[in-house]
Write a protein that binds this ligand. Structure first.
Ligand SMILES: Cc1cc2nc3c(=O)[nH]c(=O)nc-3n(C[C@H](O)[C@H](O)[C@H](O)COP(=O)(O)OP(=O)(O)OC[C@H]3O[C@@H](n4cnc5c(N)ncnc54)[C@H](O)[C@@H]3O)c2cc1C
Length: 387
């Protein structure tokens, strides 16, 4: 049997695309490498207004926010906790009519899975080979094979779809820093109950947000040169030892099982058009560093636009081309902003110079840069943009 549309990878981008397509009555199957019992991992994610807008269109925004916290302010603070800048996120999300939220990643995945019709997601099915053509062939690890008329690569940072169909694209590049993330029950002062704090220090950063009733989601990055041998919690503790109390507490007290550590990669070159009905979305298309907090959000926007384009035409190549034209440059703009921020944050530079730079940057300018990254609703509603 030939599936009309197959998505490789059931992460946030793949599942959001599947949901948007099924709501347009487009039959779709998602082949996911992981078994279901390893599905619900991951700390938390900032869901910016662009992603929340898509979830609202898909009817799952209320569900998504049930376990999250609304974030109204982004505060940059010194390692001693002194506020350097406080950005009101109302203005940033205004174009979307949505707020930003901090949400457990598992809750986002679960919300998407619950909204999908049964049978769409096929877990425990790693794709091992892809044969491009008008009818695309796929081999799976269990010796089964699969045929499809449209293939969407949503298989993340080290995508087999990207490597097979676009072999000339450079490999994802290690960015010489690592990130640690955690979730913990921790009492934050009420003044921070709707803020993300980003501690702006020497080399590296530490950020945290309240999440749900009483949890805190935190992330930390530090410079590191070896993507194979990753640092431990102790390295992070030593690096941030002189930073103010919540930083140390969060790093020290988070249970081992609630910690994640990642080497950070990005890939900033655009994939080209191909003569077959195949495309990429999410990290597979534009892997970015976490510095703008937009990787998943951009994948969610890809999902929405691609599904609308597929639903609007019977010609898959046309839908794919329109999706690529609408999304790829915008997402790569965000990826390049993330890349630049990652470089500044991890550059060797005296703390006074770094905080001085931030101090003299007007809040309006920081808000403007954030608005450019989050984009505007017109960018995902092509019919409005064109008229
Ligand atoms: C430290 C850190 C913090 C971040 N913080 C944020 C944030 O606050 N906000 C935000 O928006 N983004 C954030 N991101 C980015 C975000 O995590 C990613 O952009 C997002 O998860 C990518 O989703 P995806 O669906 O494209 O890819 P993935 O989540 O990687 O999903 C890909 C899926 O494909 C499957 N797969 C892979 N290969 C195969 C195969 N051969 N066959 C079948 N299946 C396969 C995988 O098992 C996986 O389930 C952060 C990233 C990091 C590292």
């Amino acid at each position: 049997m030939i599936s009309p549309i197959t998505i490789v990878g059931g992460g946030i981008a793949g599942l959001t695309t599947a949901l948007a397509l099924t709501q347009k009555e487009k039959p779709v199957v998602v082949l996911e490498a992981r078994p279901l019992n390893q599905y619900h991992i991951g700390a938390a994610l900032a869901m910016a207004p662009n992603a929340m807008w898509v979830f609202r269109q898909l009817g799952i925004a209320e569900r998504i926010t049930q376990s999250g916290s609304r974030i109204d302010r982004y505060q940059f603070v010194t390692p001693q906790g002194r506020v350097l800048k406080s950005i009101n996120l109302d203005q940033v999300g205004k174009g979307w009519g949505e707020s930003a939220w901090a949400v457990p990643r598992t809750h986002i995945l679960r919300s998407l899975l619950e909204a999908l019709p049964p049978g769409v997601l096929v877990t425990d099915s790693p794709v091992t080979a892809i044969y491009p053509g008008q009818e695309i062939g796929l081999d799976l690890a269990n010796n089964e094979s699969h045929k499809t008329l449209m293939l969407i690569g949503a298989d993340g940072a080290h995508s087999i779809v990207r490597d097979t169909v676009w072999p000339k694209l450079p490999e994802a590049q290690f960015q010489n820093f690592v990130a640690m993330r955690g979730v913990i029950e921790y009492p934050l002062p009420p003044a921070w109950s709707h803020s993300t704090l980003q501690v702006w220090g020497g080399r590296g950063e530490f950020g945290f947000s309240p999440m749900g009733e009483s949890q805190v989601y935190w992330f930390a990055t530090l410079p590191w040169t070896d993507a194979q041998n990753l640092p431990t919690r102790d390295h992070f503790l030593r690096h941030f030892r002189q930073w103010f109390a919540p930083v140390n507490d969060l790093l020290r007290l988070t249970a081992d099982d609630d910690l994640l550590i990642h080497p950070i990669f990005d890939q900033l070159r655009p994939f080209t058009e191909v003569p077959w009905p195949m495309t990429l979305i999410g990290d597979a298309a534009h892997l970015m560093t976490p510095n703008t907090g937009q990787g998943a959000c951009q994948g969610i926007m890809d999902a929405w636009v691609l599904a609308q384009e597929v639903a609007n035409t019977t010609e898959p190549l046309q839908a794919i081309e329109r999706y690529r034209n609408l999304r790829l440059n915008s997402a790569l703009f965000v990826a390049r902003q993330s890349h630049r921020m990652g470089k500044i944050i991890h550059q060797r530079m005296p703390l006074a110079v770094k905080t001085g730079m931030l101090r003299i940057t007007p809040e309006a300018l920081i808000g403007y840069s954030m608005r450019r990254v989050v984009g505007n609703v017109r960018s995902v509603q092509p019919q409005i943009a064109v008229r």
